[in-house]
Structures are given as C-alpha cells and as structure tokens.
Design a binder for this molecule. Structure first.
Ligand code: BG6
Length: 481
C-alpha cells in the first residue's frame, strides 16, 4: 500500500474566502474584507491601488464568504461523511484581536474556533490550522503600515501565543503563513503592503518578508515550548519552473525563478538566508533588517514539515527570449505557455507529472516530510434539471494528481503526511474574487453577483473522494453516471 495508514486525507479552506460573518462576534475589519470582486481587484491585491474602506460601487465577497461562520456544524458533518481525516482552516486574525494591537483577545472569536475544532474532533477530523492566510487587521495597516513594520512581529507573537495556549490538545498541526512567497506577487493580500506611494517597493517587500520569516521562526519556537506535540510547517505556492528551451539563458532564468520561491523555505527549513539571496539582495541595494538575535532564532527554530500548494508547473524564459513565447493569461504567477499541457478555463496549465517533479524537488532540497495542503481544479459547475452536479473534469484532475503523488511516495520514496485538496466546499476565488471558479466536492448556492442562498449540495466528486479516502488512495476509479 502506497499511502501510510495514518495519511491525512482532507480538504483546505481559508477564513477570508470561506467564513463570512465579517462583522459578527466582535470581529474587526481585515485587509481581505476590502478586496472587491471585479476589475479593481488585481491592482488592490498588488498594493498598487489604495482601498482601505468599503464603498457602494463594489461587491465584497469576503464579507459573507460562503457562510461557514453560521454553517460549520452542517459543513463539518458533510466532511465527516466523506471520511475526512483532516480539515485545513485558517484563523481570521481580526476575530481574535480585532485591531491587532490590543492586549486582550476577543473571547467570542476564540470560542468560535474552539467550537469548530471540537466539532471536527467529534467527526474524527484532525484540524490543520493556518495562522495567517492572506489576512491581517486593517488597523495594523492603517497605523503601522502592515508587515513592513517590525512591531507587527510582536502582535503576531501575541496572536500565536494565544492560539497555542487556548487550543492546546485540540490542534497539533500548524502552518505559520499561507503561501509566504505571495508577498512578492500580491503584497497587499500577503502582507498588508501598500506600494502605490512607496519610494522603494522592493525594499518594502523584502522588509516585510524578513519580518514574516522571523515571525514564523518565533511561532515555531513558541509552538514547541507550549506543547512539544505541536508540529509546525512553512507553506509556499509551489510549482517547478521549467526552462522554455535548452538555451542556457532560459535554464538559468528557470533556476533564478525557482530560487525566488525556494528562498522562503530555505530560510524556514534550513534556518538561514541562502548565499544566492544575500548576494542578489545586496546587488539590488536591498537591506535585510536583521535585528539582534534574528539569525539565531531563524537557525534554531526551523519547521517540522514543508507544506505547499500545487496547481501547475511554470515555464521561464530569459527576457531576451520572451518575445518568442505566449504567456498564460490572468495568473498571479506569470508563466510562458507550455505547449505540452492543457489548461483550465482560467488558463492554469494542468500538469500532474509536474506535481511529482515538484515534490521531488522539494524533498531533495529539504529532506523533511511534505504536506500537500492545496491542489485542485477551479471550474464552472452546471446544476442539472434534477439537481445533480456531474463534475467528471474535477475527478479527472484529482485522479491524475493523486496518482502522481502516489508514485512520488511509492516509487520515489518521498514521505508525505497528507493531502488536503483546495476548497472542499466551494468558496470565493482568491485571485479573481469569483464564486464561479469552484473547487469543491460540495456545491454552494452562491454566485458572483452575491445572489444565492448558501445551500450545500453534494457533487459527483463527493462520493468519488469518499471512496478514495475509504480505500486509502488505492481506488481512484470513476464510475460512469
Ligand atoms: C492559493 C491560495 O493561491 O490558491 C488560495 O492559497 C486560493 O487562497 C487558491 O484560493 C486557488 O486560487 P484561486 O485564485 O483560484 O482561488
């Protein structure tokens, strides 16, 4: 049997895309609440357009998400029925510390997650908790400038201490930051950075990066001190860059692009800034704001596991060669189009073998257990006249990716702790803010324009994934019908 018997099968979500209840239970406003659906979204998540208050001309999908806040019992019961072993959620920071800089946490927020975790355990589901998934209290942006301010490390420290203490015995798997490399691609979403009026945006980004890396090591330290059973992971948006051609310039470009992503894990897993990063930053004139004790902290408190999202591989071309190629449309990670691959309706290229390649690259480099915490196909679903959702395309994508992961475990010998496909229950898309881009096994009646009653409906993939979990990944077959 390829998958270990304690393999953690499940699904993944993020508070800002899923939870809703944005102004309930004493919750404060978060950056992601203010990111609207529609054409301004891209500039706002990139920190190029300042948008720190609601207005009447936009629809803000994170306000209600898909209403997990009110429906968590029903949702967790459905996941239990599918046989989930784990469920990945994230904490909305502003539910625990509404402004971010208070001394005392908000009890209603703490009680909410406590109840969610207890409900999971009732169904035999182990929580996997992302501490920060693209969110921070807006107050920390308005008053402190987001993660480029060192003081935010202290506020995050308070948050994690509160969480590890309160949920001791309920949660043991933690992820410090979702897709930490997103700071470079979506800095407002990833780190609360507004770059529109910055004199030196790259410096701001790397300052914020350093602070998140320090905060991540600090969280790892505190997690282990409070409970040695805690296991802490880092998390990147992974997907190996292939060179567009054997031209050494393209190969070198792919190497640089891969380093751009590995850099974060190099620090979080190996415990120091790698030489290539130190040299590149120095050449660019970027200063890393090391404070006393940072280097020791990073070195001593490395992560227990390496988690990552994988949706697609990517392709790099040297700038001199770029005009020979077409680029993938509308993706936060721009890539040259790979002519060997098909793409989703959103232009994300589908590459199951790339998943196995990415897993090998990560394991070769870090030699730590991997945890696949996001993978899946964003697709439009049709509800038939008799109310069914036949999502064979999603089953096909997941089947091929799970088979690739199985080969990585069985034939390449890579230790993998678990697999949580993205958006087990349909939720708001992070890049586009749409509801139409669905990933779930469970359909949610909610639409781009904010219509719908949030009712939940099982898709065909619901029974399929149930069978995958029940057979511990041995039976990936899809039955017709
Ligand atoms: C990852 C994020 O980038 O990809 C998720 O961690 C996101 O938050 C997921 O939802 C899928 O991307 P999208 O844009 O299709 O929602």
């Amino acid at each position: 049997m390829a998958f270990p018997k304690d393999f953690l099968w499940g699904g993944a979500t993020a508070a800002n895309q899923f939870e809703g209840g944005y102004n309930e239970g004493g919750r404060g406003l978060a950056n992601v609440d203010l990111v609207p659906h529609g054409e301004d979204r891209a500039a706002i998540i990139a920190g190029q357009q300042v948008h720190l208050d609601f207005d009447d001309s936009h629809h803000y999908p994170a306000k209600e998400g898909v209403d997990f806040y009110h429906r968590y019992k029903e949702d967790i019961a459905l996941l239990g029925e599918m046989g989930f072993k784990t469920f990945r959620i994230s904490i909305a920071w502003s539910r625990i510390f509404p402004q971010g800089d208070e001394n005392q946490p908000n009890e209603a927020g703490l009680a909410f997650y406590e109840d969610v975790f207890k409900e999971m355990h009732k169904h035999g589901i182990e929580p996997l908790v992302t501490i920060t998934h693209f969110d921070m209290p807006v107050h920390l942006i308005k008053k402190y400038g987001g993660w480029k301010n060192r003081q935010v490390v202290g506020f995050y420290e308070k948050l994690v201490r509160t969480l590890f203490t309160r949920y001791q015995g309920l949660v043991k798997y933690w992820i410090t930051f979702n897709e930490i490399n997103m700071i470079m691609h979506a800095p407002f979403m990833g780190a609360g950075l507004i770059l529109a009026d910055s004199d030196n945006p790259r410096q701001d980004q790397y300052t914020a990066v350093h602070h998140e890396l320090v905060a991540s090591a600090l969280a790892t330290k505190i997690a282990h001190e409070i409970d040695p059973n805690n296991q802490v992971g880092c998390m990147i948006a992974a997907g190996t860059y292939y060179p567009a051609s054997p031209d050494p310039k393209d190969v070198r470009q792919a190497q640089l692009d891969n380093q751009g992503n590995y850099f974060f894990v190099d620090v979080q897993s190996r415990g120091a800034y790698p030489n290539y990063a130190l040299k590149q930053l120095e050449a660019e004139g970027i200063e890393i704001p090391f404070a006393e004790g940072d280097k020791e902290l990073l070195a001593k408190h490395t992560v227990d596991f390496v988690s990552f999202s994988y949706y697609s591989s990517r392709v790099s071309a040297h700038p001199d060669n770029l005009d020979k190629y077409d680029l993938t449309p509308g993706n936060i990670f721009p890539s040259v189009i790979n002519p060997y691959l098909e793409a989703s309706e959103w232009g994300w290229q589908i590459d199951p073998l790339g998943f196995r390649i990415t897993m090998n690259d990560l394991y070769d480099r870090y030699q730590k257990p991997l945890f696949v915490v996001e993978n899946g196909l964003g697709a439009k679903d049709e509800v038939t006249a008799d109310g069914r959702i036949i999502d064979d395309y999603r089953i096909d994508y997941l089947q091929k990716h799970i088979a690739a992961m199985k080969a990585a475990i069985e034939e390449d010998g890579i230790p993998v702790m678990g697999y949580t496909s993205w958006g087990a229950i349909d939720l708001v898309s992070a890049s586009s803010g749409e509801m139409a881009k669905r990933y779930g096994y469970i359909y949610v009646d909610r639409h781009n324009d904010g219509s719908g009653d949030f009712s939940r409906h099982k898709k065909k993939s619901f029974d399929w994934y149930k069978q995958v979990i029940a057979s511990n990944g041995e039976d990936l077959s899809n039955q017709p019908g």
